[in-house]
Design a protein around this ligand. Structure first.
Ligand code: HEM
Ligand code: HEM
Length: 133
């Protein structure tokens, strides 16, 4: 497994622990359900745990199905940092400005979307590339 796949899997497992703690905390303190916490818990689960596990496993296995290496390994490294910085930024800015329409949240949402498109392009190019001899 490449270092970038391992790092995505490690990050994913860390987000899983954080999001589970946030999820369980809502059962211990009811008013948290009316706060920003469901959104934060939900998106750490979906963009942290689920997506990053898919990125990590996906970079390892999907190109191999076509007998190719990852098309642009440098892009997966950039994507790793962008996905993490934007997810943490999205969550932290949402806590502080308590809105999804503030400029910081919009900025980090765009960065998160760019990181998603980087994965799409990289995997797309990896699986359509002609099989290596
Ligand atoms: C220990 C496990 C979990 C606990 C205790 C938990 C708890 C909760 C609670 C209390 C809510 C708020 C419900 C409400 O609005 O009243 C919630 C929302 C949510 N949870 Fe979880 N959850 C868990 C696991 C997961 C997992 C594994 C996922 C996805 C992979 C997930 C995704 C979501 C989403 C998307 C929402 C809705 C967020 C929103 O309304 O914006 N949860 N969860
Ligand atoms: C760039 C990435 C993303 C951004 C910026 C984003 C943003 C948002 C926003 C602003 C909301 C509404 C929150 C509110 O009601 O206050 C939302 C809700 C939600 N999002 Fe996302 N999201 C992203 C990615 C995803 C992904 C990848 C998934 C699923 C895999 C997802 C699943 C959900 C769900 C289940 C809800 C709750 C819907 C509901 O309450 O009816 N989101 N998201």
């Amino acid at each position: 497994m490449s270092p970038i796949s391992k790092n995505f899997v490690r990050a994913s497992l860390v987000y899983f622990c954080i999001a589970v703690i946030l999820g369980v905390s809502m059962f211990f303190h009811g008013p948290l359900r009316g706060s920003q916490l469901p959104y934060i818990h939900g998106h750490i689960m979906l963009l942290g745990w689920m997506s990053m596990m898919i990125y990590g496993v996906g970079y390892h296995i999907l190109p191999r199905f076509s007998g190719n290496p990852v098309a642009y390994p440098w892009l997966s490294v950039v994507q790793f940092y962008l996905a993490n910085v934007s997810l943490v930024g999205l969550m932290v800015s949402y806590v502080f400005i308590s809105s999804t329409t503030g400029i910081p949240t919009q900025f980090f949402a765009i960065l998160q979307a760019i990181s998603i498109f980087m994965f799409v392009v990289n995997i797309w190019c990896s699986i359509i590339a002609p099989k290596e001899a």
